[in-house]
Design a protein around this ligand. Sequence first.
Ligand code: F6P
Length: 364
Amino acid sequence: MTKRKIGILTSGGDCSGLNSVIRAAYIRATQIGYELLGIRRGLRGLASNSPEYTLLNANYCNESLLSASGSILYADANLVSYAAQAGLSADDIKRSLYAGYKKLGLNGLICVGGDGSLKMIAELLCTNNEINLIAIPKTIDNDVNGTDVAVGFQTAVDVAVGAIENVITSAKSHERAIVVEVMGRDAGFIAMCAGLASGAHIILVPEFRYDLDKVKQRVARCFDNGRGYCILVVAESVESEDFKHKREMVDGVVKYTHLVYDGIGNHLAACIKEIGIDARTVTLGHIQRGGRTSVSDRILGTMFGVEAVTQIDVGNRSRLLCYVNGKVKAVGIADSLKCPTKSLSKDNAYVQLARQLGVYIGEV
Ligand code: F6P
């Protein structure tokens, strides 16, 4: 008898914890009588004429995947911009995805993606109910609505905290201010959590405008009060009256593109130098997407991987798995993606905590 088949793919930027999802899905799938096909290069891989896949097995999916960052299935390039360049319409892409699903003989598909990929998946794959799709949120930015946390976020924060701790000793030795620029796109979750966990004196996030004079005063206070160094954590997309990002689109396509964020860390360091305090910038960039996967991401990824297979097995489709109050629940993907992406609000517990500690986090 031919075995039932589930496909799994990772879409969008890589992060830690993706391989934990894949391993867990493999274990659960084989337990209940499915084969798990690892589709390479995400949605674009599925949409290609001959979808490239690996029949996952125990050798591939051993425990070493728990700690390994990246995706053994590779990240995909932007499907929509590729399609636009190739002159394909949204309907063409839908047809190609469905053709790929059928060619592989799948009974269900697990897509692990960030907010951009999830929106694309909801539009392309969930509109006609032809594909039994379960989506899993992953992103170091943690900006997917509906889930307390997405796969990859907690490791990114751990990596950022480790890096900040490393620069503190240098800041102390040289009596400098060091600005650490972290990723996060339009959300300040990484900056806020990493700043709080490493004892930063100033944390700037895109959600709250900063006042440059107050930043300078707070930096100066670190030196006036005898501390002799200052740590600032700034999210890559922060801007204010004194600093604006270039509004450039990547790939020149309207949907699913993003701005290139660059330079806020250097700008702040230059401003701090103006008040006679030596300053340096460290831009963490993609190191936040790798490293040893944190315990939290291993467990979160494992919970999601197991639940995704279970959902497909019971016949559910077009669901997004969310982690809420310690449990995984499945919500309708289209409804959950109607709201804009998640960001820090004034009443967020971390924001309140930072304020109670006297950390300058902008004009909240
Ligand atoms: O969305 C995840 C993320 O790492 C953002 O934090 C960052 O701005 C962006 O992706 C970087 O994208 P790329 O890998 O395409 O440079």
